[in-house]
Design a protein. Structure first.
Length: 428
């Protein structure tokens, strides 16, 4: 009995080996080939029916009916469809079998007869015909047509389809609570400070040779296009029962200054307003980038190494001071002006207005030296907050995009140093 079972097992194994040899390696692996291994297919670009054959069958006239791929093309674009020395397949109209190939040498258009409203156009092709050895038709006739095909994807991996198709962020938004217009400051590397005077608190030791290691990368955020005004701050004090600034007589801002930026606020008051409205106080790097732009352009050398070109500016609009674009001491206004009266020519690269003079603005950053810079001063450290933008009472030097000041003496609850604008994080 055991011998019989052993014999059957040997016979079964032998049959499997013979069957595998008959199938061959290609048939064995057929089930393992993905149906999407090839993701392209030939799609008809145009089809030209032969309507005339001339000069020993070397000149042919074809008629091309417009389809979706060529319907809106101009005459010049249509002429570019025909490539010299390209081999075009020639097929029989009824059977669509391949009967040969046509090598194009020259194309002649009758341009006057080609219009956008024409259902078809005709063109004369000059070239050589090579019959297919397997076809019984040895020449081009009016029973044939010439066609051209292009490769198109018929399957795209889902992750490839959605890659790069996210909706871009809006450049301008209206905040739902305070209804203030906010502009987008897009994500990217940022060059801060200056690199000429090491005795200043805004000196950046890496300024003149920026690299990926020394540049700051800030995520995208929105910043108020205009500074917060007296009228907007008054609404906040009414809603929260907050004490108004002491220079407001009887709790009212000066007459006619409802659209002037609010000033003489402490940092803690600004923080409270930010929490109430659902925003936050900008860092000084966020403020500086919103005022002057990224400051660098990334380039690639021939050896594929990366270098950065410095394009920083002194003011939001450029390098030359203009008293008409910045409300500083040189402007002789001697007071704040309406945020809506400031010239749009002085706006920052991202569209923020009033970042030069008018009212100084609080930031959330501590007054500290930049990395790599060493100066001695009792002011540095986590004591005071950085103030940016200059003011109507200061000169143009203090209103540059890199000028730093600070507030918080004797503390951040008592020093009425500046006004403000707020930021909001961009969430994808």
């Amino acid at each position: 009995m055991y011998r019989a079972i052993y014999f059957l097992l040997i016979l079964f194994t032998f049959n499997l080996v013979v069957l595998a040899q008959e199938l061959g390696p290609e048939e064995e692996q057929a089930d393992d080939v993905s149906p999407f291994a090839t993701t392209k297919k030939k799609v008809l670009a145009w089809r030209g029916e032969v309507v005339g054959v001339y000069k020993n069958r070397l000149w042919i006239k074809i008629r091309i009916y417009r389809n979706q791929k060529i319907a809106k093309k101009s005459v010049d674009e249509l002429q570019n469809l025909f490539v010299v020395n390209k081999v075009y397949p020639v097929k029989q109209k009824e059977t669509q079998l391949n009967v040969g190939s046509f090598i194009l040498r020259e194309s002649v258009f009758e341009e006057k007869r080609i219009t956008q409203k024409s259902n078809f156009f005709e063109v004369i092709l000059k070239g050589d015909y090579k019959p297919d050895p397997n076809s019984k038709i040895s020449s081009i006739t009016t029973d044939t047509y010439i066609a051209d095909y292009v490769d198109e994807d018929f399957y795209v991996e889902p992750n490839q389809f959605f890659k790069g198709r996210s909706t871009p962020p809006r450049k301008i938004v209206i905040h739902p609570k305070d209804r203030k217009e906010m502009v987008l400051v897009s994500r990217g590397l940022f060059l801060y400070g200056q690199g000429n005077d090491a005795s200043q608190d805004n000196f950046n030791p890496y300024f003149n040779e920026p690299n990926i290691g020394s540049l700051k990368e800030l995520p995208s955020f929105y910043i108020d296009k205009y500074e917060v005004t007296n009228q907007e701050y008054k609404y906040f004090t009414d809603q929260t029962n907050t004490i108004t600034p002491p220079h407001w007589i009887d709790g009212r801002f000066p007459a006619g200054e409802e659209n002037h930026p609010v000033i003489n606020l402490t940092y803690r008051e600004v923080e409270k307003y930010a929490r109430w409205v659902g925003k936050r106080v900008p860092t000084e790097f966020e403020w500086e980038k919103a005022a002057r732009g990224a400051g660098v352009i990334q380039n690639t050398n021939r050896d594929e190494t990366i270098y950065f070109q410095n394009i920083t500016t002194k003011y939001p609009y450029g390098d030359d001071f203009d008293p008409l674009l910045c409300n500083t001491r040189e402007s002789n206004q001697r007071k704040t002006v309406s945020v809506y009266e400031l010239s749009k020519e002085g706006e920052s690269p991202y569209g923020a207005i009033g970042m030069c003079g008018n009212a100084p603005e609080w930031t959330s950053s501590w007054y500290e030296l930049y990395p790599g810079h060493h100066l001695q001063s009792f002011s540095y450290g986590k004591i005071y907050k950085v103030v940016r933008g200059g003011s109507f009472s200061e000169n143009s030097k203090n209103a540059t995009t890199i000028a730093r000041s600070y507030g918080g003496i004797p503390n951040l609850s008592e020093d009425r140093r500046a006004g403000f604008r707020l930021v909001m994080d961009y969430r994808e």
